[in-house]
Design a protein around this ligand. Sequence first.
Ligand SMILES: NC(=O)c1ccc[n+]([C@@H]2O[C@H](COP(=O)([O-])OP(=O)(O)OC[C@H]3O[C@@H](n4cnc5c(N)ncnc54)[C@H](OP(=O)(O)O)[C@@H]3O)[C@@H](O)[C@H]2O)c1
Length: 428
Amino acid sequence: MTRSVRVGLLGCGNVGTALVRLLAEVADVIEARAGCRVEVTRVAVRSLSKDRDVPLPPEALTADAASVVADPDVDVVVEVIGGIEPARSLILSAFAAGKHVVTANKELLSTLGRELFDAAEAARVDLYFEGAVGGGIPLIHPLKESLAAEQVARLTGIVNGTTNYVLTRMTEEGLSFSDAIAQAQGLGYAERDPSADVEGYDAAAKCAILASIAFNARVVAGDVYREGIGSVTREDIDFAGRLGYVVKLLAIAELDDGEIAVRVHPAMIPGDHPLAAVRDSFNAVFVEGTHVGELMFYGRGAGGAPTATAVAGDVVDVARNLVAGGRGVGCTCYEDRAIRPMDRMESQYYLLLDVVDRPGVLAQVAGAFGANRVSIRSVWQEGTGEDALLVIITHRGNEGALQSTVHGLRALDVVNEVRSVMRVEGAE
Ligand SMILES: NC(=O)c1ccc[n+]([C@@H]2O[C@H](COP(=O)([O-])OP(=O)(O)OC[C@H]3O[C@@H](n4cnc5c(N)ncnc54)[C@H](OP(=O)(O)O)[C@@H]3O)[C@@H](O)[C@H]2O)c1
């Protein structure tokens, strides 16, 4: 006899609404996959007076989220409220009541993941979170399960749709940063206050979660070095194009010598790199593994409907586990690894210098690089006289040495301004 698994949903906004509709729309398919019917029986929201176009009786809705978690007729709790509290306390209460939890909450997982996973382990229940990174792009399951036997060396992602949209418009239409942001806001791709996206906080949270899974060690958002796209200028994007590069906000996680290096910053990547073709609000994660080689996961990294497919997939997994009486793969952060400080990371660099145009300038500039053992790959002079600019690309080198070089360049009287410094990734 087929039993039914009852879902208590916390939050019915973009993701929650799409999830309720999806689970109703494909109920028969899910029943065939899960071996039981899956139905949303209780839904917690903040405001009961909002109009919600969901196939549920009005009495299913409540403003008392704790009552949904405590309801003995709820088997699985799906948390799509977002933020730290009350999401954290509600999830912990669900575990204490022996209930499995599915969440899409990157902010919570990337800060308090350990507490949540420890509590899930103690209660011997599942905590699934495919929707937390990459929206509709399957990433967590492939990294945790399909690639369980792989040693991931590096993971490079475009994991924030808002900033990718802005950089694409700046590149393809020549828009300024502020015009591109305004366009993104008009289309609903950017929040009214876009700082979490623009300053890289959202990408840093996702980077921490991906690194934790790829390298089997706990990484929190605070471990991730972070620079946003606010300092990227049209001039940088133009020079990048002329040099054969595209500017992207990258989330990079590397395992080197047993240490984890994690960072989010704008970077130039070669125009023929697979990530260069990821335009507009699309996301992608490029994985480099020791045995599997290169893989890329591409798709809609946000949006209610794409994210709901990821959450629904987790609900099906939990339902199958409930039917079978087992559990899924729990926390895989069993290694203890150090986080490498930023000044010990390595990259190539692009520098744009405003210099005086007179004999010997190049030698002095080259001297500043040489003094810090940063090797120059190419130099290109643009303009003459007062408008002279030097565009320099280095070989791969150490971040601390590069910062010392920049310091040295600023002290030279032949350098009017170090106008721009940007990392170059995926080229050497
Ligand atoms: N949207 C995306 O594209 C996307 C993609 C990936 C992951 N996520 C993650 O998914 C989660 C939800 O995102 P969302 O875009 O769906 O957010 P949202 O549209 O703002 O929806 C949040 C929902 O939570 C409800 N809520 C807020 N406080 C509550 C409380 N104290 N008790 C009960 N309900 C409460 C809200 O109720 P009202 O409706 O009454 O205001 C709303 O229904 C977040 O963790 C987000 O990071 C979102």
